[in-house]
Design a protein around this ligand. Structure first.
Ligand SMILES: Nc1ncnc2c1ncn2[C@@H]1O[C@H](COP(=O)(O)OP(=O)(O)OP(=O)(O)O)[C@@H](O)[C@H]1O
Length: 362
C-alpha cells in the first residue's frame, strides 16, 4: 500500500526533530530512510506507525488519512531496534501471537510460523524462551513476528543492528527475498549505507530532520546533490578537496579542469573524487604524502595527506602498487580517468559533474 506524509513536523520540548517532511512511498517499494544518529529516522517511523503524534502534518496509508488513528487501527507491522518479546512465552508463541489474536486457523498459523522460522534459521529455537537466546537470535524472532503477519505496510527500525557481520549478510538476502515474495511496501530505517545500498529500491537521506535527497542507490552514488550525500553514500567515502574555481575552470592539484559553469571571479569550491577514481601516476596532478594503506581484498586503500593536511584515499589494485615503496614517500595521484564533482563550498550543493570518461576536461 502507498504511504504518504505531508508537512510532518515533530518538536520535542520545543526542539525540532522533524521539519516539514513530505514523502510519498509507492505500493511495493522497499524504501530505506538513511541518516546518521539523531537525524530523525525513528521519529519519522514512529509517526507512520502511530506511536507518536506529530506536532504538525498528516500521514496517509493507501490514500486514507490515518493521523488520528491508533497504531492497532493502521494495520502496520513494526520491527523495533529494541524488539520487545514476551519473556514468559516460547519463541513459537511469540511469533504466533498476532495470528492467534486475528483468529487464524491452527494449521494456517503453524504453516506460517514454520515457514518464517525456517527462512530466518530459528526453527530449532521454537520451543525455547527468549532469555535462552542470544541477542541476534532474539532479533530474528522479532523480525519473524513481523514477517509472519499480513499487514498493509512493514516498518522496520534497524532490525539487523545486533547481528554479527556474517549473519547480517545472510539476513540482508533474506529480507530481499522476503520483499520479492510478499511484494509489500517496506519502510526501513538504518544508518549504514552498505545496508541501505543492498536493500533499497529507493533511499531517502535524512539529515537534521530534513530530507536531503531521495533516489535509487545508483542515483545517489552517481549524482549526489550535496556534500553530505557525497560523503555519506559510497564506501570508502568520496574525497573532498578544497579548491577555488575561476571563470570556466577549477584547480585540482597542479592542473585546471575545464567547467561549463562560469564561476566568475574566484569561488570557493570542494572538488569531489571517489577513491576508486584516483590512480597512482608518475605525472599525477595531486601530490600527497603517504600515511598508511589498508588491504581490501584485491585492492589496496592508500591513505595520504595533501599539503593542507586533508586526507585523500585512493583505491588501487594491489598489483599496481607491487614493487613501489610507499613508506615515507611522496605519491602522485591522477583523477584524469574519473568523474569529478564540484560543490559550492558555501551552500554545499553540487554545481557541476564532469565525466572525464566522456571528454577530456583538462
Ligand atoms: N522522546 C524524546 N524526547 C526528547 N527528544 C527526543 C526524543 N526522542 C528523540 N529525541 C531527539 O530527536 C532527534 C531525533 O531522534 P531520532 O530518535 O528520531 O533519531 P534517529 O535518526 O532515529 O537516531 P538513532 O539512529 O540514534 O536512533 C534527536 O535529536 C533526539 O535527541
Amino acid at each position: 500500500m502507498s504511504v504518504k506524509v505531508e508537512g510532518l513536523t515533530v518538536s520535542y520540548e520545543g526542539k525540532v526533530a522533524l521539519d516539514h517532511i513530505d514523502l510519498e512511498v509507492q505500493d511495493g517499494e522497499f524504501l530505506v530512510i538513511l541518516g546518521s544518529s539523531g537525524s530523525g529516522k525513528t521519529t519519522l517511523l514512529r509517526c507512520i506507525a502511530g506511536l507518536l503524534k506529530p506536532t504538525e502534518g498528516r500521514v496517509y496509508i493507501d490514500g486514507n488519512d490515518v493521523t488520528d488513528l491508533y497504531p492497532s487501527e493502521r494495520n502496520v507491522a513494526m520491527v523495533f531496534q529494541n524488539f520487545a518479546l514476551y519473556p514468559h512465552m516460547t519463541v513459537h508463541d511469540n511469533i504466533a501471537l498476532n495470528l492467534k489474536i486475528k483468529g487464524l486457523k491452527r494449521e494456517e498459523i503453524e504453516e506460517r510460523v514454520n515457514r518464517v522460522a525456517k527462512a530466518l534459521q530459528i526453527e530449532k529455537h521454537l520451543s525455547k524462551r527468549p532469555r535462552q537466546l542470544s541477542g541476534g537470535e532474539q532479533q530474528r524472532v522479532g523480525l519473524a513476528r513481523a514477517m509472519v503477519r499480513d499487514p498493509l505496510v512493514y516498518l522496520m527500525d534497524e532490525p539487523l543492528s545486533n547481528l554479527d557481520a556474517k549473519l547480517r549478510h545472510e539476513m540482508l538476502s533474506e529480507l530481499r527475498r522476503f520483499h520479492e515474495q510478499v511484494k509489500k511496501t517496506i519502510i526501513y530505517v538504518c544508518h549504514d549505507q552498505d545496508e541501505a545500498m543492498a536493500l533499497a529500491s529507493r533511499i531517502v537521506v535524512l539529515s537534521q530532520g530534513r530530507i536531503v535527497q531521495s533516489g535509487t542507490p545508483e542515483e545517489l552514488y552517481d549524482h549526489p546533490a550535496t556534500v553530505f550525500v557525497a560523503s555519506f553514500i559510497g564506501s570508502p567515502a568520496m574525497n573532498l578537496i578544497r579548491s577555488v574555481a575561476n571563470g570556466h575552470s577549477v584547480a585540482l592539484g597542479s592542473e585546471r579542469i575545464r567547467t561549463s559553469t562560469d564561476f566568475g571571479q574566484g569561488r570557493a569550491v570542494m572538488v569531489g573524487v571517489r577513491p576508486e577514481g584516483l590512480s597512482l601516476s608518475d605525472d599525477g596532478e595531486i601530490v600527497a604524502e603517504f600515511r598508511y594503506s589498508t588491504m581490501m581484498g584485491d585492492m589496496l586503500l592508500v591513505t595520504a595527506s595533501l599539503p593542507d593536511g586533508t586526507a585523500v584515499n585512493a583505491l588501487v589494485p594491489r598489483k599496481d602498487v607491487r614493487g613501489q615503496v610507499l613508506e615515507n614517500s611522496t605519491l602522485r595521484f591522477t583523477a584524469r580517468n574519473s568523474k569529478v564533482y564540484i560543490f559550492d563550498a558555501e551552500t554545499q550543493r553540487l554545481v557541476e559533474e564532469i565525466d572525464a570518461g566522456q571528454a577530456n576536461p583538462y
